[in-house]
Design a protein around this ligand. Sequence first.
Ligand code: PGA
Length: 257
Amino acid sequence: MRRFFVAGNWKMNLLARSAVELAGALARAVPAAFPNVQVAVCPPFPYLPAVAGAVSGSGVELGAQNAWHEMPGAYTGEVAVEMLLDVGCRWVILGHSERRLILGEADELISRKTRAAVAAGLEVILCVGETLSQRQAGQTEQVLDFQMQGSLAGIDYRAIGRIVIAYEPVWAIGTGVTATTEQAQSAHSHLRKWLATRYNPRIAAETRILYGGSVKPQNARSLLEQPDVDGALVGGASLKIDDFLPIIRAAEGIRKS
Ligand code: PGA
């Protein structure tokens, strides 16, 4: 049985005070780990220590939105995985489409980061997903295969246990256009088959695959009920406690056989 995982990707939002307020409200709502759903928030780098303090002792885990794969040294403007662990991160988001498309990160770099993060003891939320033109050209599965192949290069069957996949169709991110439940289930099922072929059926059955892209309280339940959807990576709706909590509660209320 895969436990649900709902993670908030705050992106480049909030300031110190609002970050701590939001984290504090979430920690009060999730005072201890929920049995059926794991919960994490991923604030911007400067607020990681303050948010770590605000969620300390609660059921809310901490993640970062990016990392650099080299050991600490001369990499101006970058943050090492050791530093993330040092400030209390358990998770790091890697390969988000905003980093792929705006910052030009390619699968080769993402795989280096993934290997470094896992080797250091972090857990990774690895994002993949097609653009609108790729979907319209019928290339969705091909794009997902390519990204999985590239981003998971050098990740063996032991390391994959520390990785959660997030399927995030680019056309659904921040647009208000959510994938239909059929589109999400179809992509997730494809990713699970890929994991079975690349690794083995047990790993495919155990690896969690989150959906991301305009997840809201209104659509969370129907998405999370899909057999291969194991949680959500939530952007915009994770910035308001009144939007984020119902998504967590929707996951908490679903039992899959
Ligand atoms: P969104 O972002 O929920 O605002 O669409 C999701 C994400 O980019 O992780």
